[in-house]
Design a protein. Structure first.
Length: 58
């Protein structure tokens, strides 16, 4: 459903932008919290491409 509704993806990206402006972190908090395993498990590839995710798997 998300692929047909680009407004949802845009809203998520805007939310990420707002978080980065409000929180005093140098790095994107979403990239820090979401692991590649979570991306696979919950099919978040549309929102967070794996190469964007900076967390290393252990």
């Amino acid at each position: 459903m998300v692929t047909f509704h680009e407004m949802g993806i845009d809203a998520f990206n805007h939310y990420r932008y707002l978080l980065s402006k409000m929180l005093p972190f140098k790095r994107d908090i979403i990239d820090e919290l979401v692991t590649p395993e979570l991306i696979d498990e919950y099919h978040l590839e549309l929102f967070i491409p794996k190469e964007e995710n900076k967390i290393k798997t252990m």
